[in-house]
Design a protein around this ligand. Structure first.
Ligand SMILES: [Zn+2]
Length: 411
């Protein structure tokens, strides 16, 4: 039932930690579900005993009924047929937008203080989409948790262990107070990363369809071995890797219009010739996370696969629209098989997470633009994944405008 294994410390290095793993896992094989383990340094029997009892209770191992409930919850999310859910979503009106989301995203608790990455973000989007001009044209699909192997396509095993251990041991943040966690955060981040996988499946089954992953926590700052800027797993990179591995779409391009530079996506792609990353963001001299310089264009074989387009504070629609021909030219030269959009809405002029001044209509124009790119270069293979966007009064209309722009081009 129990086994002691050498554990992993900061940065994935094996250190003098030991991990107590419990068998059987809630799932067998390569499955990223709840994955009980604890660590202690230089374990003694007394220490192990002190740790194990509360740990077993926390994981409901001492209460088999509750454990079964937990297992069923994850089974509900997972299907061997990744798009099995589609057949059950017949609607009288042909749906034109597919939203991948899940009520359990609200369980990722960021502390309830001043933290801007709150569950209400998804609620305001849902409310707006269900009540505004797109009402009746939307179908909802649940995500499935990303498999452990799919997370490892970008992240290190050390980070997976560290993240999981942090939440199981009751920590409230990891590395920096930006990265608030609660007991459920590992599972919810795994589900958030899995949204993109379901999204890729839908696009592959119905090229040209409009698919938006309405997820949290966001992902584009997450690095292979650490969380960063509210992000734990890099949802866009994990979706891109899945597109490559599952459907052999090798040339994946990510376009990121979040107000902040997606440092984690650049890390993933900057040394590769076969993937590309384009980002418009507030200039790193003025904005978090301080990366995304125009001079960074990729390294070695990945030279010229990175296009960073930093904007000065106050930049709005005029400056962004002037950049679109340059982005189009870059995409045309790269010739992608698939396009992933890191769709952040925190550059809106009333969102105080950046000094940029995007308008709601600019998001509509960005929607038109990305769909035109998909139509012209990827045979309609386009997937959008939510990143930032923290001004709750306007987040819903920004997302609505973006999806409307995509539809206008698609119709
Ligand atoms: Zn952002």
């Amino acid at each position: 039932m129990c086994q002691l294994l050498p554990g992993y410390g900061e940065g994935g290095n094996q250190e003098a930690f030991f991990v107590l793993e419990l068998f059987p896992y809630p799932f067998h094989g390569d499955r990223a579900g709840p994955f009980p383990s604890i660590t202690c340094q230089q374990p003694s029997w007394v220490e192990l005993f002190r740790l194990v009892l509360p740990f077993l209770a926390r994981n409901k191992v001492l209460f088999p009924g509750k454990q079964k409930k937990l297992r069923n919850r994850w089974r509900k999310h997972y299907s061997d047929n990744p798009i099995a859910g589609l057949a059950t979503h017949d609607m009288e009106i042909k749906p034109v937008i597919t939203i991948i989301t899940d009520p359990s995203f609200s369980q990722h608790d960021t502390g309830g203080g001043e933290h801007p990455e709150v569950p209400e973000r998804l609620k305001v989007i849902t409310d707006r989409l269900n009540q505004g001009s797109l009402a009746g044209r939307i179908r909802y699909l649940p995500p499935r948790p990303a498999l452990r192997s799919q997370l490892l396509a970008f992240h290190t095993e050390g980070w997976l262990f560290r993240f999981e251990e942090a939440v199981l041991s009751g920590r409230t943040y990891i590395d920096h107070p930006d990265n608030q966690v609660c007991y459920e955060s590992y599972d919810i981040a795994t589900l958030s990363a899995g949204s993109g996988l379901v999204g890729v499946d839908v696009v592959e089954q119905q090229p040209g369809s409009v698919v938006f992953c309405q997820t949290r926590p966001p992902g584009h700052h997450a690095e292979p071995n650490m969380p960063f800027g509210f992000c734990f797993f890099n949802n866009c990179v994990i979706a891109a890797r899945y597109w490559q591995q599952q459907y052999n779409r090798q040339r994946v391009c990510v376009f990121d219009f979040d107000a902040h530079h997606g440092n984690g996506i650049q890390t993933a792609f900057e040394e590769e010739a076969g993937t590309a990353y384009i980002s418009i963001h507030e200039h790193p001299s003025f904005s978090y996370p301080g990366t995304g310089w125009a001079e960074d264009r990729g390294l070695g074989a990945g030279r010229d696969t990175i296009l960073n387009l930093p904007l000065p504070p106050g930049a709005g629609a005029d400056q962004v629209l002037r950049l679109l021909p340059k982005i189009r030219k870059f995409v045309e030269a790269f010739q992608p098989d698939a396009l992933v959009i890191a769709a952040g809405f925190d550059a809106h002029r009333q969102d105080d997470m950046s000094g940029l001044a995007f308008t709601v209509d600019l998001y509509r124009q960005l929607g038109k633009f990305v769909m035109e790119l998909a139509r012209d270069y990827t045979e309609g293979r386009l997937l959008s994944i939510l990143e930032g966007g923290y001004y709750l009064e306007k987040l819903g209309v920004c997302v609505e405008a973006y999806l409307t722009g995509i539809l206008e081009t698609n119709e």
